[in-house]
Design a protein. Structure first.
Length: 92
C-alpha cells in the first residue's frame, strides 16, 4: 500500500491501496495495520478541500488536523497518486 509520506500525521499513516486507484484521488488514514476497515477516507478536490467519506476511528480533532495537512500538501500528494492512477481529483 503506497504511503503518501513515511511519517504519521496525528498518529496515522496517510496512504491509498493499489486496488482503489479506480476512484478519484483520496487518502486513507490508519494506524500501523493499514487496513481499510478501520481507516478514515478523505476524497480530495482540486483545491485541496476534502470530503470525509468514512471517519473510521478518528476523533473530530484528528479529522480536522488531517484535513488541514492534506490542504497544505495535496499537490505533492497528487504527484504520488497520479503515478498509480489516471483518475483525477474528486468531482472532476
Amino acid at each position: 500500500m503506497p504511503k503518501y509520506f513515511s511519517f504519521k500525521v496525528c498518529g496515522y499513516f496517510l496512504y491509498f491501496t493499489s486496488h482503489c486507484v479506480i476512484e478519484a484521488m483520496h487518502v486513507h488514514a490508519s494506524d500501523t495495520k493499514l487496513t481499510e476497515s478501520s481507516s478514515a477516507k478523505f476524497f480530495v478536490k482540486s483545491n485541496g478541500d476534502t470530503i470525509v467519506e468514512n471517519r473510521g476511528v478518528l476523533s473530530d480533532k484528528e479529522i480536522s488536523k488531517i484535513r488541514e495537512f492534506i490542504k497544505e500538501n495535496y499537490r505533492e500528494m497528487y504527484i504520488k497518486w497520479s503515478s498509480f492512477s489516471d483518475q483525477g481529483f474528486f468531482g472532476e
